[in-house]
Each structure stands twice: as structure tokens, then as C-alpha cells.
Design a protein. Structure first.
Length: 481
């Protein structure tokens, strides 16, 4: 019998180990690291279709419109998108999702999964999930463990009750958790056949996990319940109460619940899996050629071996000569060059850049907004040139600026432009002038993206020079875009 499973996608992490492609403003789960879809989209698709209900998504306020846009692009409608006021690790996030489900489907089974994992064999993973639904229905807290293929010291491990020869997805009691081991311990566990990598993927009934919080983390339950009870509905999102959420302790589901509970089941998963925890993992999972090379379309390797060369901008070409065991990732505003053995130290680079005040630490050149995106092309002392893309049917807020005037030149599609009391259509290769202080708005009335070049001139060009009069996205004064 197939049980309906309610996916819960965790989509709030910042992914600093995949800098410069992944940054706080647009973390790795939303990037196209592997294939045409983002990791988030691939995760949503993997947990959709027969046997799955609409997903619940946990994310931060900065990513809410990216979540809706990416789900719409793969034609998946979420059951709920919960906005965390700030990150509190996995335990409060999972509990919030459980309380959300309890309000409308108290008998539901929920499958919790990070949204930045790579699991190529969708059918095998779905079969592993279904293999554990009976145990979850009976009140077990089920965790999924990955068949290890190397002595990995960057993961926690799970100990099964008995060794497995084929790592088939057969539920069995979980004997215990093992913290991230040293290399010798990891080697011994790899050979033993009784240990799995802890993937952070869980299946349990809504009732069972809420009962576990009542038993092991009652204070967290009280505060998260208050945050849910005081939540506000906003443009299809559920915004958890910031005041109540501020009282919630930061803790992982492993520490808060799983390592204390006695009703634990583990399911081995023998298929391919990666959390893409660093550029070395991207190199490995992309499939190096016979020379150990992974080279993007805008890159060229000459006499290189065991190396990743990746350039993100088609107008930028990356060339490597005589490289061994190197990771090189080029973006328009930042370039990473590292030895493959030091891939886990990329987060140290992010910290160093933050300490220097470099915007590249956390922000991409392309700034994503609910209506589309913009990218700064040229910046001078009293001028700035931007490329702006507006989604079909989307509109920027009605706004004005104290310190700058603007020229808009439409290069793709048609813009509906409001300046003061005048409204007109501006087509490809036409332009319009926005005087300093004038109220104005741009909209895309068409069915394809509208692209324009904006030339700003003035004494101050910051994104906070904005007075907003009307905004369909309900943002406050001074918010960007």
C-alpha cells in the first residue's frame, strides 16, 4: 500500500563552501550547479507526483520570491511556505512544519529533506521512502542513512543494528549516532558494513514528532507554537512571529530529538547521493573525464589533470594550463583558485572577505527581486548603468528618488511606464526620461521577460534612495527595488 507523504523542504541555508557561485544573497540550493534546474527544483521534483502531497517549504524572507518563482517554473504548487524570521537550525524549522501540517492533516506522514542534495536515482529514493512508511505510521522516527563509499570525516554517521551486505532499503532499529569521526575511525566504520552517513533526511508522523518535542524539548515546542499561532499570512506566505521566534533556542533535530528518542528506525540507501558540501564534491559528482577534468563551456584546459574549471559568464573565458588537483571558479566579480584538498576552507575565504568589507562575500552582481532582477554594469562617481529584467505581468513599486534621475532604454519586450499622471507603452529600441523627484513605475504587460538598460545620474545612487507609494509586494519604505 502506498502512503501519501507530505514533503518538507528545508531551503534556508547560505552555502558558503560553494562561494563564489553560492552567496548569502543567492545560496547554492537556488543555483544551477548540476544540470538545467537548481538543486531546490530538483529536490521538489524528486518529492512530487504519485504518493506525495504538495510540499511545505521552510525558508528566509530574502528567498521567498525565489522559492515561488522556482517552484512555478517546474509547475509545483506548495501547500505552505513558512518564513523564518532568522535561522534557528533544523529542530525549530521541522517543528514549525509539523505544526503547520497538524492544523490541516493531523494524521499526515512528513518527509523532511534538505533542498540542496543531489540524488540522481529518483525512483530508488522514492522506493526507500515508501519502504519506511509502515514504521512511521506505527510511531517510529525514521532516518535515512547513505551507503558510504569513502572514509568521510565531514559527516556524522549512523550505526545500524546489524551489518548490511547490499544496503537494501530495509528498515531496522537504529543503534546510535556517531559524531563526525577522525580519519582512522571513519576508515574502520567504512570497512565494517554497519555504518551509514547521516543525510539529515527523516520520515515520521506529525503526531509522533510533536509528541517527541513534548517529551524532549517542551520549551522549544511552546515558543514555536506561539510563533505559529501569531503568524501572519502575507501574499501566500506564512510569516512566523518574529517576537515569539526570537525566544526559540537554536538546535539541530539530531541533538534536540533524535539522539534522545528510543523509537528510532534507520533505512539504508545504497544509491548515489551528495550534499555538494564543497567544490570537490561538485567535481566528483559532475563526472570527471579520463584526465579527471570537469570543464564548463566557457573554460579551456591545457595539460591539466584532476581539476575543475568553471566560468559562469559566457562573456568570460577561463583558461587553465598545467594544473593538477585545482579548483578554479570564475564569476564577473570574483574568482576562486584553490587546491582540491582545501575545498572545505572556502568558507574561510568568505569570512576573510566579510572582515575586509568586500560586498563579494555575500552578494552576487545580479540582485534578485520579486519582480525579476537587476545587475549593475558600470558605476561612476555620478552615474550608474544597470540591466533590468522584469517578469511577465510583474511591476515595480510606484516610487520616486531624491537624488537621481533615470533614462530607460527598452531592449527586449515592451514596458508600460508611468511618470506622474502619464502612462505609456515603450517598445524595443525606445527610451524614456524620469526626472529627479518624479513618481514613476515600470511594468511588463507582455508574456515574455522585458529587459531594459537604466542609466542613473545624480549625487547619490544607493538602492535606499527610494520613496515607495504603492507596492504589490508589501515592502516598507526604503526597501530595495
Amino acid at each position: 500500500m502506498t502512503h501519501i507523504v507530505h514533503p518538507v523542504l528545508l531551503a534556508g541555508g547560505s552555502g558558503t563552501r560553494l562561494w563564489p557561485l553560492s552567496r548569502k544573497s543567492y545560496p547554492k540550493q537556488f543555483a544551477k550547479l548540476m544540470g538545467e534546474n537548481s538543486l531546490f527544483q530538483a529536490s521538489a521534483q524528486r518529492l512530487s507526483g504519485a504518493g506525495f502531497a504538495a510540499p511545505v517549504v521552510l525558508t528566509g524572507a530574502d528567498y521567498r520570491f525565489v522559492v515561488t518563482e522556482q517552484l512555478a517554473a517546474v509547475e509545483i504548487a506548495p501547500a505552505d511556505i513558512l518564513i523564518e524570521p532568522e535561522g534557528r537550525n533544523t529542530a525549530p524549522a521541522i517543528l514549525a512544519a509539523a505544526l503547520s501540517l497538524a492544523a490541516r492533516a493531523p494524521e499526515a506522514l512528513m518527509l523532511v529533506a534538505p533542498s540542496d542534495h543531489v540524488i540522481p536515482d529518483t525512483a530508488a529514493f522514492r522506493a526507500a521512502v515508501q519502504s519506511a512508511t509502515a514504521e512511521a505510521q506505527e510511531g517510529q522516527l525514521v532516518t535515512f542513512g547513505i551507503r558510504p563509499n569513502r572514509a568521510e570525516t565531514g559527516y556524522g554517521w549512523l550505526e545500524m543494528s546489524s551489518p548490511s551486505v547490499d544496503f537494501a532499503p530495509k528498515p531496522q532499529p537504529l543503534k546510535g549516532f556517531v559524531e563526525k569521526p577522525d580519519h582512522a575511525t571513519a576508515e574502520a566504520m567504512l570497512k565494517g558494513g554497519q555504518y551509514l552517513w547521516n543525510a539529515g533526511i527523516f520520515l515520521f508522523s506529525v503526531k509522533s514528532i510533536i509528541a517527541a518535542f513534548e517529551a524532549y524539548a517542551p520549551d522549544m515546542l511552546a515558543h514555536v507554537r506561539a510563533a505559529m499561532d501569531q503568524a501572519e499570512q502575507d501574499l501566500g506566505f506564512t510569516r512566523l512571529s518574529p517576537e515569539a521566534w526570537a525566544q526559540v533556542a537554536e538546535d539541530s533535530i539530531d541533538y534536540a530529538i533524535m539522539e534522545r528518542a528510543d523509537n528510532l528506525t534507520v533505512v539504508p540507501y545504497g544509491g548515489a547521493w551528495s550534499d555538494l558540501g564543497g567544490w570537490d564534491a561538485v567535481w566528483r559528482e559532475t563526472g570527471p573525464d579520463e584526465s579527471g577534468l570537469v570543464v564548463s563551456q566557457s573554460a579551456t584546459a591545457i595539460d591539466c589533470h584532476d581539476t575543475l574549471l568553471r566560468a559562469e559568464d559566457p562573456q568570460q573565458h577561463l583558461v587553465g594550463i598545467g594544473l593538477r588537483d585545482i579548483i578554479a571558479v570564475a564569476m564577473p566579480d570574483a574568482v576562486l583558485v584553490a587546491h582540491k584538498d582545501r575545498a572545505q576552507d572556502v568558507k574561510k575565504a568568505v569570512a576573510a572577505l566579510k572582515a575586509k568589507g568586500a560586498t563579494q562575500a555575500e552578494t552576487l552582481p545580479r540582485d534578485f527581486r520579486p519582480w525579476g532582477w537587476f545587475q549593475s554594469l558600470v558605476v561612476g562617481s555620478r552615474f550608474q548603468v544597470k540591466k533590468i529584467s522584469v517578469h511577465p505581468g510583474a511591476a515595480l513599486s510606484l516610487q520616486s528618488h531624491h537624488h537621481r534621475s533615470e533614462h530607460w532604454i527598452v531592449v527586449e519586450g515592451t514596458a508600460k511606464v508611468t511618470i506622474g499622471d502619464e502612462v505609456k507603452l515603450v517598445s524595443e529600441n525606445q527610451s524614456v526620461y524620469i526626472p529627479l523627484g518624479a513618481t514613476h513605475r515600470m511594468e511588463n504587460p507582455g508574456k515574455v521577460p522585458m529587459v531594459l538598460i537604466e542609466v542613473q545620474t545624480g549625487s547619490y545612487l544607493g538602492e535606499d534612495d527610494i520613496i515607495r507609494y504603492e507596492d504589490v509586494y508589501a515592502r516598507g519604505q526604503g526597501a530595495k527595488g
